[in-house]
Design a protein. Structure first.
Length: 402
């Protein structure tokens, strides 16, 4: 009998996060909690459909009159709205034509298109990512053909940023290499640079030929929509040329719609046009044309003054709920007699936190309590709510005490 051409294909190891979710789904424990999945959940443990999204979908349903292909670079009104969201309404850098934005399949798609573009024009470059970083960062850039290395970032002893080590490393990165930075709400640690540290970093980059690539997936989940764009706008104002991968999965709760964007800040309008022509070639060989629905929804909200204001408030409510859960988590662990100081979790930002729980503790929490946490100890604070917080803290307290 003819042997299948796929007979020698080996099974890949489970994805460290998606594989955890598969194990969680198969667990029969009614008290199970998944703190590994990277999605925002409301107080009822559901991924919400925002009211502004519902309204925009209603409007688009009535308005849509064609199912033809979109342009390769996406919905024009969407791309314009993304530029203004990232760089500010009326920003000179946008009006001058130095910024190009293309629609992408989520933040991941934006990163991959950026990686493919950079690999084509900078084949000798290395890509530097933080230690630690989102698990998919290394895989994405390695799949594009890059050698990936790391720069110091997280200080496990202080549960904070090791900026001095990071800064020294960045100063010595060879010209021509790519530096990947988390613009806000660092994944997986929740630890960010201060405004002063961003300034120090930008000043160094202004005098080097490094290519900065900002991953900006959580706009609005730290301080606010405008405030969280601080690093992006600082780099622009410093005259840097760089890339930004942005996403609406989190702040629009549009995970399954895969709505993202890739933006380039170039030296001038003529350069921007040349870059855009080449980015379109990359997109053409990846997905050819982007999907419509999610981008149209985002464009409708961002380009309508009333809907946009309502959306900003919805993001604020999500942000405030995450901060509340950080506080409750720290407070309840203390109330349950845990001497270890978890106060650093309240100082971290966004959906994620490096909890400081080691791999052995994580494994016990999973096997004994069906509490699912990534092996590194990263937890999704947004998966906590007032219904499961006591169970979570009781489980952690039991394991830590004995």
């Amino acid at each position: 009998m003819k042997q299948s051409p796929f007979a020698k294909v080996e099974a890949a190891p489970p994805d460290p996060i998606l594989g955890l979710t598969e194990a969680f789904n198969a667990d029969k424990n009614p008290n199970k909690v998944n703190l590994g999945v990277g999605v925002y959940q409301d107080e009822n443990g559901r991924v919400p459909v925002l009211a502004t999204v519902r309204e925009a979908e209603r409007r688009w349903y009535e308005k849509e009159d064609s199912k033809s292909y979109l342009p390769i670079d996406g919905v024009p009104g969407y791309n314009k709205a993304v530029k203004e969201l990232l760089f500010g309404a009326g920003a000179e850098i946008v009006n001058s034509g130095r910024v190009i934005t293309v629609q992408a399949l989520g933040g991941t798609g934006a990163l991959r298109v950026g990686a493919d573009f950079l690999r084509r024009f900078f084949p000798e470059a290395k890509v530097w990512i933080s230690n630690p970083s989102w698990e998919n960062h290394r895989a994405l850039f390695e799949a594009a053909g890059f050698e990936v290395t790391t720069y110091p970032y997280y200080d496990a002893a202080t549960h904070g940023l090791d900026f001095s080590a990071m800064f020294e490393c960045v100063k010595n990165i060879p010209d021509g290499d790519v530096l990947l930075l988390h613009a806000s709400c660092h994944n997986p640690t929740g630890v960010d640079l201060s405004e002063e540290q961003w300034h120090e970093l930008a000043d160094v980059l202004a005098n080097k030929q490094i290519i900065p690539f900002l991953d900006f997936a959580y706009q609005g989940f730290y301080r606010g929509i405008e405030e969280d764009a601080y690093a992006v706008r600082l780099f622009a104002n410093k005259g840097l040329q760089f890339l930004v991968a942005s996403s609406f999965s989190k702040n629009f709760s549009l995970y399954r719609e895969r709505v993202g964007a890739l933006s380039f800040v170039t030296a001038d309008e003529e350069e921007a046009k040349r870059v855009l022509s080449q980015v379109k070639r990359v997109i053409r060989t990846n997905w050819s044309n982007p999907p419509s629905h999610g981008a149209q929804v985002v464009a409708l909200v961002l380009n309508d003054q009333e809907l946009r204001a309502e959306w900003v408030e919805e993001v604020a409510q999500m942000r405030d709920r995450i901060r509340k859960m950080r506080h409750l988590f720290v407070t309840k662990l203390r109330e349950k007699g845990i001497d270890r100081d978890f106060g650093f979790i309240e100082r971290q930002n966004g959906m994620f936190s490096f909890s400081g729980l080691d791999a052995q503790t994580v494994e016990r929490l999973r096997s004994e309590f069906s509490l699912y946490i990534v092996r590194s100890g990263r937890i999704c604070v947004a998966a906590m709510n007032e219904k499961n917080i006591d169970y979570i803290c009781d489980a952690i307290a039991t394991v830590l005490k004995g």
